[in-house]
Design a protein around this ligand. Sequence first.
Ligand SMILES: N[C@@H](CCC(=O)N[C@@H](CSC=O)C(=O)NCC(=O)O)C(=O)O
Length: 283
Amino acid sequence: MTLELVTQNKVAGGWHKQYTHVAKTLGGCNMRFAIYLPPQASSSHPVPVVYWLSGLTCTDENFMQKAGALKTAAELGIAIVAPDTSPRGEGVPDDENGSYDFGLGAGFYLNATQAPWNQHYHMYDYIVDELPALIEATFPVSSQRAIAGHSMGGHGALTIAFKNAERYSSVSAFSPICNPMNCPWGQKAFSNYLGNDRKTWEAYDASLLLAKAESVVPVLVDQGEADQFLAEQLKPETLEAAAKRGGHTLTLNRHEGYDHSYYFISSFIDEHLRFHAQFFKGL
Ligand SMILES: N[C@@H](CCC(=O)N[C@@H](CSC=O)C(=O)NCC(=O)O)C(=O)O
């Protein structure tokens, strides 16, 4: 488990750092992630962690540079970890047309079963197991975790939290892909990564998982009404219907005029961090 420090910057009294490491779950790829450690973090005061999953085309940098989250994370005493959105590096296959919605930058937080994707595209195992184990063994953080994300990363956060309620205290999402089995981004990714048997897709569909879940952690979703992807790709109404079917509470706020961008995320990220803080013990 060797980590290499790439950059470090003091911010809001804490530290933003980028590291690379070899990820076993991703077939030995060299992966980069970012961590924000608030000023309170020390070996005698381990802090809880929010894992942030970004959307299509992103790396660890989009959230850390654009979301404006770090001052509030410092105030609350919460660490934030931002991983990359797919395996990377030589030998990792990409979409043959180089499109933005599949392959590199578009790992969809699942474990691919189909060649050639199944050698490296195991982002689910990376996010759920390998990365938290590395973070908790290396940094002054506790084992208290929340998970959040945007768009493809919102899909990742919701599906991971719904499947692992014992590992996360809460989940939140901005503009998530809510029903990937029934939208073009999800269908392209799932048919390639998982094959054509739609039954196997159900393990990664937030709406189906929510409808079937026995218990779910607290869920917060924010969605812009002027989002260019809202009707075709995101479909938040499917998540609302699933919550109703499953008898679960879902807070889904719709905001007039906001689009899909980080301008929207930066407008409401403080509320998401405060939401997660409520469920961390000892803050
Ligand atoms: N055509 C665009 C589409 C990419 C895009 O909008 N990416 C979003 C996430 S979309 C769903 O997962 C994003 O967060 N982009 C990064 C950013 O910093 O805004 C394109 O190719 O850019």
